[in-house]
Design a protein around this ligand. Structure first.
Ligand code: SAM
Length: 358
């Protein structure tokens, strides 16, 4: 069955452009696109990749920056997508990343209800190791926001977790991002029992002192080595209890976090905010508004989706924007209610986090 797709030629009058919401079978409206620009990475985090033995996507199979911008344009023009996050692998290892950001920053989100159009919000998730040299060019190209991953503030442990002795570069990269005017700068920490669970308060203090929001991510079953077990997951409740004992906290906003993956908390003494992304214990699938495009052009409606919809083939065979929009609608229409980690029916996707795009 063909899904009805709005058909229109690209409107020559931007102020008259209309978009249609991209709605799935559960009524969730999608407005956030995650683009993996590469599956390669300069780190080998133990919870993500093996030290050796990853098979990389051949270069010819990666979507070019022109192709990525074309697909992103369909999401923004047709479906009113408001935000695009670049990830990977490690996005900064792909050459000339600012060229892509510059292309994406030209995309205008059609205004709704008579509001004027506005530039799409562009964000990046990175391990931060190259930001001292890259941050300025990324910001100049149109990057607004950045999340830097850092799982330990101790050099030996950072080395053990990432298999790279780069803690100093990452911390300097966080400073470089702030100096380049990227805002907000958030620091993502994968919290693992028995690995870095004794650093929760150190990270909270780090965030308070540097003026960045630290967000703890629950460990998910997306590691390439399939070593994940539930007892390694440091839960949101445990994380918050530990931090609140040192720095009392209160929730930010209403009980509902909307489509925001992080539960937000503020320090009662005005020291800023901390967040937890409780993907395992309090999954946010009910309000999920994101779609993922892998580096080789597969559309995935969920990190844990078992199926993917190919866009690269149609793109390279001359598909129109209309054709691409139809594939997108078909993919999102079939999105499931949510992942079922910890349920007997849960099946891991065959691809790992770095191959899908975290
Ligand atoms: N290389 C970039 C980085 O380090 O941020 C972007 C890609 S990385 C896959 C994106 C995020 O996913 C990082 O914050 C990383 O720590 C997180 N991540 C990777 N594997 C994970 C897992 N099994 N569970 C939870 N988070 C994971």
């Amino acid at each position: 069955m063909r899904v009805p797709v709005r058909t229109r030629a690209r409107d020559p009058y931007p102020e008259a452009t209309m978009s249609v919401p991209l709605v799935d079978g559960f009524g969730r409206v999608h407005r956030d696109l995650r683009i993996s620009v590469t599956d390669r990475c300069n780190f080998r985090c133990t919870y993500c990749m093996p030290e050796e033995g990853m098979t990389w996507i051949p270069r010819a199979d990666l979507l070019s920056y022109e192709e990525l911008a074309r697909v992103a344009g369909v999401f923004v023009d047709w479906f009113g997508f408001e935000s695009i996050r670049l990830t990977g692998g490690e996005p900064t290892v792909r050459a000339h990343l600012p060229v892509l950001i510059e292309k994406l920053s030209r995309l205008q989100v059609p205004g709704r209800d008579g509001a004027p159009s506005r530039p799409v919000d562009i964000a990046l998730t990175t391990n931060g190791a190259t930001l001292r040299t890259a941050a300025h060019d990324l910001a100049a190209a149109g990057l607004r926001r950045i999340n830097v991953s850092c799982d330990s503030l101790r050099r030996d442990r950072f080395l053990a977790m990432t298999r790279r002795d780069e803690l100093e570069a990452v911390l300097d990269g966080i400073d470089a991002a702030i100096e380049a005017g990227l805002s907000p700068v958030k620091v993502n920490v994968v919290a693992m029992r028995g690995v870095n669970d004794d650093e929760l308060v150190d990270f909270a203090r780090f965030g308070r002192e540097r003026g960045v929001t630290v967000r703890f991510i629950e460990f998910m079953p997306l590691d390439a080595q399939e070593a994940w077990t539930n007892d390694q997951v440091l839960t949101q409740d445990e994380i918050l209890a530990t931090i609140a004992a040192a720095f009392p906290l209160e929730p930010v906003g209403s009980a509902s976090r909307g489509s925001e993956p992080a539960e937000r908390f503020r320090y009662l003494d005005g020291g800023g905010e901390v967040g937890v992304i409780p993907s395992v214990t309090h999954a946010f699938c009910d309000s999920c508004d994101r779609v993922r495009l892998t580096a080789e052009g597969e559309l995935r409606s969920c990190l844990f989706a078992l199926d993917a919809h190919d866009l690269r083939g149609p793109l390279r065979l001359g598909a129109s924007d209309d054709d691409l929009a139809e594939i997108v609608q078909t993919a999102v229409a079939a999105k499931w209610a949510g992942h079922q980690i910890n349920q007997p029916v849960f099946i891991r996707p065959s691809k790992s986090m770095s191959q899908i795009g975290g």
